[in-house]
Ligand binder design. Sequence first.
Ligand code: SAM
Ligand code: CA
Length: 238
Amino acid sequence: MEQNPGRVLGPSKGLLQSKELYQYILETSVYPREAAPLKELREITANHPRAGMATAPDAGQLIALFLKLVNARKTIEIGVYTGYSLLLTALSIPEDGKIIAVDMNRETYEIGLPIIEKAGVKHKIDYIVSEALPFLDQLLQDDENEGNFDFAFVDADKINYKHYHERMMKLLKVGGVVIYDNTLWSGTVVMSDEITPKELKTSRLSILEFNKLLAADSRVQISHAALGDGITICMRIS
Ligand code: SAM
Ligand code: CA
């Protein structure tokens, strides 16, 4: 189960050294620029028992910047939950842009859906209820999908990140960007297994392996950024 990034190293401070510093970033640079529907979705999600799964708003702001930087029109999202990153993407891409959004649990998407509809961006979203890996393989059976995507955001089961990455290297065009969320896994990447909370242990190992794999992958230019719960930005360069 994914945890609130603040839960291990202190309450709601992301990975920064103090709660005040994180609050400062949110209040100075993030919340004043957050679109009203996103704020509404964030607040509704806060009441959900698994609210810690939502993309951190500071990480979201950087994702939106990358969507603009690459002029993203065709995007993929793996792991939707209530839809914070999905709505953020839908608001950032052009009117005729498209997002293929995959999640195996539609129930949580239903929470955010009324807000997505009200924001007038639902027509950009193709929501697929499926296990992500077989769905990506199905997409790749059509040659037209190869190198056809500008951007992807991956935020589902950490054990499959390495498999999603292989699919993304085919689906993204050269120059396209994929962002992986939770790549510092509540700070547990630098903890011993003994002191890592039980519920974080398995994914911690997956993230450790995945981070090494990305560092050694010459097909991508990367930046491992300490925003939210850690995000790794990868541009496909070959
Ligand atoms: N990006 C979302 C946001 O901003 O709120 C948070 C996504 S949440 C961390 C992870 C989501 O991935 C959950 O909704 C879960 O149902 C979905 N998920 C987990 N494993 C999956 C899999 N193998 N295939 C498809 N979806 C999966
Ligand atoms: Ca996440």
